[in-house]
Write a protein that binds this ligand. Structure first.
Ligand code: OOG
Ligand code: MG
Length: 259
């Protein structure tokens, strides 16, 4: 694919993000779009954000659950980049006007203290973190009806839009992070329930997989990064006038309200 075509796709996605409108998936017209090209487009989109003054603060893993991978017919998760503009404070109120058709999902989030590089075990990856928390991720795919193929969603920075972090809990090694009960609530009522093992068998394994994926393009997980390890349950549609919360055993809760 020509450089100009990659730039064109990145610009369309960037505009759709800024103007909150949807686009039709690019693989419909350009079926040859492949995964490495999609990561190049993702990077072009991030460069556009950086030129507007945003700062990279971490990474997210997506499609880490077996169910989502099977649904997409893939055996590897995808990764995206998080910027400071995407982070909301706990108990924030969002307005649906700032989104297209957002969904929300409960996540486990790592605070990386020391660089994680190359192929590492989940234990090694975890030992480089100084905290963990429960999070809520708001995904707002720029594609019509959330209909995309793998290269489309990678190019769209894995539907990244906003996220909220709960209180950071220190010394993450003290918890059995793969066996935490997790739930997603709407106005205090549980609507989705799961176990943290739904996140790639173990959220720390998702962190290690991110390190392996970044290493393939000569990169690493930088010290100070935040990493969203993936959703523990299916995402649900966000409606106005509701309060959404995620809870993870031992890690507490995190909230976002919708206007
Ligand atoms: C892709 C993003 C998936 C997760 O945690 O699995 C994701 C999507 O479903 O739009 O963030
Ligand atoms: Mg997610």
């Amino acid at each position: 694919m020509e450089e100009s075509q990659k730039n064109e796709i990145a610009k369309k996605l960037d505009r759709a993000t800024l103007e909150h409108h949807e686009v039709v998936r690019f693989t419909a017209e350009t079926p040859e779009l492949d995964i490495p090209e999609a990561y190049e487009i993702q990077e072009l989109g991030i460069q556009m954000r950086l030129r507007r003054g945003e700062k990279v603060i971490g990474h997210k893993m997506g499609l880490t659950s077996r169910a989502k991978m099977q649904q997409m017919g893939v055996d590897s998760p995808i990764r995206g980049i998080l910027t400071d503009k995407m982070m909301l404070s706990n108990e924030s109120t969002i307005s649906l006007e700032d989104y297209i058709h957002p969904k929300i999902e409960p996540e486990i989030v790592f605070f990386v203290e020391k660089e994680i590089k190359g192929v590492v075990t989940p234990e090694e990856a975890l030992s480089r973190c100084n905290g963990v928390c429960v999070g809520l991720e708001i995904i707002d795919s720029r594609y019509k009806n959330f209909e995309f193929q793998l290269p489309d969603v990678v190019a769209d920075n894995c539907s990244s839009t906003s996220f909220v972090l709960g209180s950071k809990v220190a010394d993450p090694g003290q918890y059995d992070l793969k066996n935490l009960e997790m739930s997603l609530k709407v106005d205090g009522e549980v609507v989705q329930q799961g176990v943290s093992s739904a996140i790639y068998g173990d959220p720390a394994a998702s962190l290690a997989e991110l390190s392996r994926m970044l290493n393939e393009c000569g990169r690493s997980i930088e010290p100070g990064s935040i990493v969203l390890a993936g959703a523990a349950t299916a995402a649900i549609q966000i409606d106005p006038g509701k309060i959404y919360s995620a809870r993870a055993e031992s890690l507490g809760q995190v909230f976002v309200s919708v206007r």
